[in-house]
Structure formats: structure tokens, C-alpha cells
Design a protein around this ligand. Structure first.
Ligand code: GAR
Length: 211
């Protein structure tokens, strides 16, 4: 049985999708903990109501990124994670923290990386006149919103789209690809080549097209 630790900063809808898929599909894994840097994160209530351990490590209580990341890593490690899942965890992570979880930490970002790392991805896609937008699940490296790509979902950008409407369309697809990618991790289905390219061992499609 693998241990999954999920980090959130807000509503936690991706975390919910992963918790539900893990329970309903009977993964060989358990959600060992949901940890937030904000006590007000809505997702903590959902996790607690599903009998999942929760913890808060408030970044404001620390003088430096290094001190926060050291405490966060200590709390994560207390749950002996096989996989660490960043699900809307809105903190820039230090290189030491990322290296500590090298090869076992995933992130989801709401753009077709490497386009539009950082914030306001949907508005950037609209402003650039993109015809496609989407989301990317990737292994975490020290560079923000960067790393070997596990799965991507693409959706059309409509002429009438606002940041909110596009964000909602992409989020629906995030809830498809993120549980799938985490499941692949716990089942040991992913190979990362020396070239940094990620392949599913049995050739499962790593791209999803959403409407
Ligand atoms: C998601 O759209 C996720 O892709 C994004 O934050 C949202 C969290 O929503 N993450 C990033 O922007 C990371 N750079 P959720 O709390 O409902 O899962």
C-alpha cells in the first residue's frame, strides 16, 4: 500500500478528485494526509470529513523559505509518503525541498506547459489568441511550473471566453488527468527517460481532449 500526501492552498477540488478516485477505484494506495500552508483552505474540511489526517504549516510563521520548507518536509515525511501531490499548492519551493522529493512529487499547472508558467495562465492564453488551452501534470523540478511532463489535457479557447469560463473548462479536465497520473505513479507505470521524457509503460494515452 503506497502513501500519498497531498498539499493544497485553497478549495482543493483536484485533491477531492484524487481522494474520490483512490477510494472508488480501489488504488493500492491511501491518502495519508492533506497538508495546507493556510488554515483557511476549504479543502481541509473535505479531507477531515473523509477521515484523512490533515495538517497546517503556516508559511507566515517562518522567517525564510528555507525554514518553512524544512518544517513542511518534516511534516510530510512523518506520513512516509511514496508520492507527494501538489494540488493548487501556491508556494515557490526551495531547491533543497524539491530535491528531497525528487522523482516522487507531482504538480498540476493550468496551462499547456511550457507555455504560461506562473499566474493568470488563462488570461495569458486568451490575450495571446491561443486556440487551445489546457493543463499539465508534471514531475516537480526546482524551476517553477517545469519538469518532465506526465499528462496533458487540451480544450478549445472560445471567442467568448473569459478567464473564468476558460478556467472552469480546463478545471474539468484537470479532474480527469490528475487522478489518472497519480494512479500511474502509485502503480509504478511511469518511466522517465534520460532525456526527461515520461512514458507510460503500457502506452496508455498521456493526452486528453476536452470539449
Ligand atoms: C488548479 O487550477 C491548479 O491547476 C492550479 O491551482 C488550481 C487549484 O484548484 N495550480 C497552479 O496554478 C499551480 N501553478 P483546486 O484547489 O480546486 O485544486
Amino acid at each position: 500500500m503506497k502513501n500519498i500526501v497531498i498539499l493544497i492552498s485553497g478549495r482543493g477540488s483536484n485533491m477531492e478528485a484524487i481522494v474520490n478516485a483512490c477510494q472508488q477505484e480501489g488504488w493500492p494506495a491511501r491518502i495519508a494526509a492533506v497538508i495546507s500552508n493556510k488554515a483557511s483552505a476549504g479543502g481541509l474540511q473535505f479531507a477531515a470529513s473523509h477521515g484523512i489526517a490533515t495538517a497546517v504549516v503556516d508559511h507566515k510563521a517562518f522567517d525564510s523559505r528555507e525554514a518553512f520548507d524544512a518544517e513542511l518536509a518534516r511534516v510530510i515525511d512523518s506520513f512516509t509518503p511514496d508520492v507527494v501531490v501538489l494540488a493548487g499548492f501556491m508556494r515557490i519551493l526551495t531547491e533543497g525541498f524539491v530535491r528531497h522529493f525528487d522523482g516522487r512529487m507531482l504538480n498540476i499547472h493550468p496551462s499547456l506547459l511550457p507555455a504560461f508558467p506562473g499566474l493568470h495562465t488563462h488570461q495569458q492564453a486568451i490575450d495571446a489568441g491561443c486556440k487551445l488551452a489546457g493543463a499539465t501534470v508534471h514531475f516537480v523540478t526546482p524551476e517553477l511550473d517545469h519538469g518532465p511532463i506526465v499528462a496533458q489535457a487540451a480544450v478549445p479557447v472560445l471567442p467568448t471566453d473569459t478567464e473564468d469560463s476558460l478556467s472552469a473548462r480546463v478545471l474539468t479536465q484537470e479532474h480527469r488527468i490528475y487522478p489518472q497520473a497519480v494512479r500511474w505513479m502509485v502503480e509504478g507505470q511511469l518511466d522517465v527517460g534520460r532525456d526527461g521524457k515520461v512514458c507510460h509503460r503500457r502506452g496508455a494515452p498521456q493526452v486528453v481532449w476536452g470539449g
